[in-house]
Design a protein around this ligand. Structure first.
Ligand code: SF4
Length: 121
């Protein structure tokens, strides 16, 4: 049995996920007050994913780092590989919100994008 807090909405329901061979998904989720929580609970034990936020180096600007995030969820098991790629990137100002920083981070099919404008010096 796994216990997790649902992070889909601010309510933060406490979920308990138990294996159940007779359930279609193979699991029973208790503590969820909506369907999205049930789906989240099952994903947490089968294929946990996260939207990753971080910063990358930027040159030619007053700011030395630019905030970034993935534009979708990446598997938790790929997060260290993603961070290695993020640490290797250097942007050159100007940067615009939504600029693609890495097209396919760690082979996940998900892009890394800038989340703020950075003006050139
Ligand atoms: S189970 Fe539903 S209501 Fe509860 S935190 Fe998750 S999304 Fe929100």
């Amino acid at each position: 049995m796994r216990e997790v807090i649902c992070i889909i909405c601010p309510k933060g329901c406490h979920l308990k996920i138990e294996e159940n061979a007779s359930a279609e998904s193979g699991y029973t989720v208790s503590g969820a007050t909506c369907e999205r929580g049930i789906e989240y609970g099952i994903n947490e034990v089968t294929n946990p994913v996260r939207v990753l936020t971080s910063t990358v180096k930027v040159e030619g600007a007053d700011l030395i780092r630019c905030p970034v995030r993935t534009d979708g969820s990446v598997p938790k098991g790929k997060i260290f590989e993603c961070m290695d790629q993020i640490n290797d990137v250097t942007l050159h100002a100007p940067v615009k919100v939504g600029d693609v920083v890495i097209e396919d981070i760690a082979g996940t099919g998900v892009a890394l994008i800038a989340t703020r404008d950075v003006e050139a010096m």
